[in-house]
Ligand binder design. Structure first.
Ligand SMILES: Cc1ncc(COP(=O)(O)O)c(C=O)c1O
Length: 385
């Protein structure tokens, strides 16, 4: 854990974002270079030799994100999926992973279609119950991998309870914290061992770059993942690193507004006669509302709602004007999507049915526009049902 006790907003703006030592530039420079001059054979300046191994802009972002999540280091990659693949390179044939059964579709695709080829086995469980995780643990279980809240059903996992179960069996817990960002949830403080993000989402916040991060709680993880960066090479570029450094400065103010707008939209949808059900941990009738209040510092702006049928979902998605129909989340603009055919299509109809993900569901990533405008857009779109 970091010893730094400055406030979160101060750390977002200053940690890793110190003025440039050489020029005083307040904005972190983009070190657009593949290689670095060595003063003599084997003698580099400040340890930088080749940008796949390390780059000063990337190092600044890694310091910043480690500070925000309360880790000892972080390693950034070319996308969220690249970060996930990198951490999975720490596994070997014969290892076993216990994972949540409601995962982002890309994660599901990677776990079910790529990792088994390398001899790693997975058991998928409903991680809402720590006892389900415990029952799935084996002597060769290395990781417990969870998303909380899940994408898109907004189900929660008790990170502290699952970490206790995993640690008792010598496994490490990895939490995909993409939906909430460290502003609202810090899994390492609750006992998790590593945190994963698609920085593409709230950390960047402006829908203009792809990236991923693994935040580490031990020196071993940090050095193993630095080796994977060097050996595997799917690192974040200096420019993309800079975009996240710039975006993350406003993470706290953005998240506060996302949360205010998210709550207002969830309440509006809950009252709306054409909406059958709303999935949002901030609503008092969410079955895990108490856990949400305990584990999260805000409810965020990811909402899923049931329109009743694929036809109804299609009508709403066709009718929206302000909300952007697109396959992402976490930007300043409100994004709307259809989980069954977009982010979660790769689960397949059978798995979707099993976990209760229907064709009538619509997912919102509520942005930070004037909330009256978002509500008016949804009102006119829902009228099409
Ligand atoms: C929860 C979650 N995790 C991981 C990812 C993968 O991130 P990326 O698209 O940056 O590879 C996504 C992408 O949508 C996501 O929503």
């Amino acid at each position: 854990m970091t010893k730094d006790r400055k406030g979160f907003s101060t750390r977002a703006i200053h940690d890793g974002q110190e003025p440039d030592a050489l020029t005083g530039a307040v904005g972190v420079p983009i070190y657009a270079t593949s290689t670095f001059q060595q003063d003599e054979l084997g003698k580099s300046r400040l340890g930088y030799e080749y940008s796949r191994v390390s780059n000063p802009t990337r190092s600044r972002l890694e310091a910043n994100l480690a500070s925000l999540e309360g880790g000892i280091a972080s390693r950034v990659f070319a996308s969220g999926m690249a970060a996930l693949s990198a951490v999975c390179q720490l596994l070997k044939p014969g290892d076993h992973v216990v994972a949540g059964n409601n995962l982002y579709g890309g994660t599901w695709r990677f776990f079910t279609q790529v990792m088994p080829k390398f001899g790693v086995e997975f058991t998928y469980v409903d991680t809402r119950g720590a006892e389900c995780v415990e029952a799935a643990m084996r002597s060769n279980t290395r990781f417990v991998y969870i998303e909380t809240p899940t994408n898109p059903l907004m189900l929660l996992t008790d990170i502290a309870a699952v970490s206790k179960v995993a640690h008792a069996r010598g496994a490490e817990v990895i939490v995909d914290n993409t939906f909430l960002s460290p502003y609202f949830q810090r899994p390492l403080e609750l006992g998790a061992d590593m945190v994963m993000h698609s920085t593409t989402k709230f950390l960047n916040g402006h829908s203009d770059g792809l990236g991923g991060v693994i935040v580490c709680s031990t020196e071993q993880q940090a050095s193993d993942l630095a080796f994977i960066q060097k050996a595997y090479g799917a690192i974040m570029s200096p420019f993309e690193s800079w975009l996240v450094l710039r975006g993350v400065k406003t993470l706290p103010v953005r998240m506060k507004q996302h949360d205010v707008n998210g709550r207002a939209v969830a309440e509006f949808l809950q009252r709306h006669p054409r909406v059958e059900k709303v999935f949002y941990p901030g609503l008092a009738d969410h079955p895990q509302h108490e856990l949400a209040k305990r584990q999260m510092k805000g409810f965020g702006s990811m909402i899923c709602f049931e329109t009743g049928s694929l036809e109804n979902a299609k009508k709403v998605l066709k009718q929206v004007k302000l909300c952007v129909l697109g396959d992402s989340l976490g930007g300043v603009e409100t994004l709307i999507s259809h989980p069954a055919t977009m982010a979660n299509a790769s689960l397949g109809a059978e798995v979707r049915a099993k976990i209760g993900l229907t064709d009538g569901m619509v997912r919102l990533s509520v942005g930070i526009e004037d909330v009256e405008d978002i509500l008016a857009d949804l009102e006119q779109a829902l009228a099409a049902i």
